[in-house]
Write a protein that binds this ligand. Sequence first.
Ligand SMILES: Nc1ncnc2c1ncn2[C@@H]1O[C@H](COP(=O)(O)OP(=O)(O)OP(=O)(O)O)[C@@H](O)[C@H]1O
Ligand SMILES: [Mg+2]
Length: 493
Amino acid sequence: MTRDDRLPRDAQSILELAARSMFELFANASEGMLLVDRTGRVVWINDQYRRFLPALGFEREEDFVGHSVSSVVQNTQMHQVLETGKPILIDLLTNKAGTFVVSRIPLRDEAGAVIGVLGIVLFDHPETTLQPFIAKFARLEQDLNDARRELASQRRAKYTFASFVGTSPAAQEVKRQARRAAQSASPVLLLGETGTGKELLAHAIHAASPRAGRAFVGVNMAAVPEALMEAEFFGVAPGAYTGADKKGREGKFKLADGGTLFLDELGDMPMAVQVKLLRALQDGEIEPLGSNQLIRCDVRVVAATSRDLQQLVRNGQFREDLYYRLNVLPIRVPPLRERQGDIPLLVEALCEDIAARGGSAQHELDASAQALLAAQPWRGNIRELRNVLEQLALRSDAPQVDAALVEQVLRESGLERIEPPLAVRAAAGPALPAAADDWVPLPERIARIEREAIAQALARTGGNRAAAARLLGISRASLYDKLGESSDFQTTA
Ligand SMILES: Nc1ncnc2c1ncn2[C@@H]1O[C@H](COP(=O)(O)OP(=O)(O)OP(=O)(O)O)[C@@H](O)[C@H]1O
Ligand SMILES: [Mg+2]
């Protein structure tokens, strides 16, 4: 190990001396040394090493020295060094004697053949001697685990059908269709205005599907720059680029393998990507950028858009073939104005969520405040409603929110003012701010509500009085009676 024939004699002897003093230095400064021969048998230990024998389970030295190292030291890697001839300069070894920082160095004869291994225990109790390193390592490990967990939870569906609040006929119908779609393997296309819950439903469909145990991976076409979209979808092969992507990167298709790929804002997908997406969906194979290999991917696609896809197809902005490929199970998600009956429930659920996220007490809206919200035309749908409720929670000092504050927040948010329908105003009751001269006594209010309900029932049944009476839950006679009292109604029957 220390002989070098190219050196002059005195240099050779200096080298040998250096090797010897290094050995002695290690022997004294380390916590122990042991030597194994080429068969892996322990042939020597120094005095310091002897201290470890009881902890390793040996009272007498002869039960240790002379035996195969792997039978007397658990988890040792000395055999590996014998086999490979490569040193392990630093390693952590844990066994019943404790945890040690160790070094293993192969010993060679003059011909270079491995004749044994020198094992050095550099430190015992590394938890104290190496405290700063170990603490740092533990911190990094913790960060890594947190990041992994975070990633895994992001890839799991965030919502289930239970998260889709609403009992109105329109809400029930959309949930029924989505539940059915969850059982199918075909692509789903969620169509609806902004803020109607398309993304929520996409998560719920995944969570109720046989793929629930696998990843849910979303790509938002409106958020990814066009130039990066291909790499985002299909990944990049190692070495395709220099720099950041040198190691390669998996695309969303691969990440969603076995699970669901959610294509959000589908209407914003660039034409060039549409072609590749279509091919990937047809063949079930993708080709990462810079690679000439095809990778099989089994993904179920759920797409969403608030844009009119058919119009985009007509304008030549969306490929017709891709449209038909994705339009297998279209689900129209209704806007809030078609399910106003759900507003009180939604207000309740959203206020609960806002309070939970903000760590504050939940606000309650009184009847008049609720009535105002229910009467509002929500262009931004549930997202807009949520914004208003968030502002109310911020602005209200009391746990009870009244109509005056709702009115103020609505107007300041630039929402259009509308007159609540009579029935809503009446339901809002005395809490609605009303000028003294415009006070309506109770019997008159009840009469107005009745007239309005009858008008609606007749409108809905096309003037069929029998059906209208059934809808109203009163007898036909009683309906005639009420109609006789009022001359406002235009009926056809
Ligand atoms: N039925 C519902 N019950 C409870 N919360 C809902 C419901 N629908 C939507 N939300 C909430 O409203 C917000 C908007 O929903 P989401 O993001 O799913 O809408 P979107 O249709 O994808 O809108 P956009 O087209 O603008 O992306 C989210 O915070 C969501 O949790
Ligand atoms: Mg969305």
